[in-house]
Design a protein around this ligand. Structure first.
Ligand code: ZN
Length: 75
């Protein structure tokens, strides 16, 4: 009898890091790049925009998070 090949299910260590979208302030156009984080707010690199603190604001113009829009990739 053959042994069934075990598939690795639920291997979270193999999780692929998807590129996070850049977020752009709709007021001053400052860009939040998740790959760089935000030194002003002491946000570590790799923190997605949605994982920023609820009271996070634009470091440039103090706009709330709601003012930020997903930046469109331009050719
Ligand atoms: Zn701003």
């Amino acid at each position: 009898m053959k042994k069934r090949a075990e598939k690795r299910i639920g291997d979270t260590s193999a999780r692929i890091a998807e590129p996070q979208p850049l977020m752009e302030c709709g007021v001053c156009w400052r860009v939040y790049d998740p790959a760089e984080g935000d030194p002003v707010w002491q946000i570590e690199p790799g923190v997605a925009f949605e994982d920023l603190p609820a009271d996070w604001r634009c470091p440039e113009c103090d706009s709330p998070r709601e003012k930020f829009l997903r930046r469109q990739d331009e050719p």
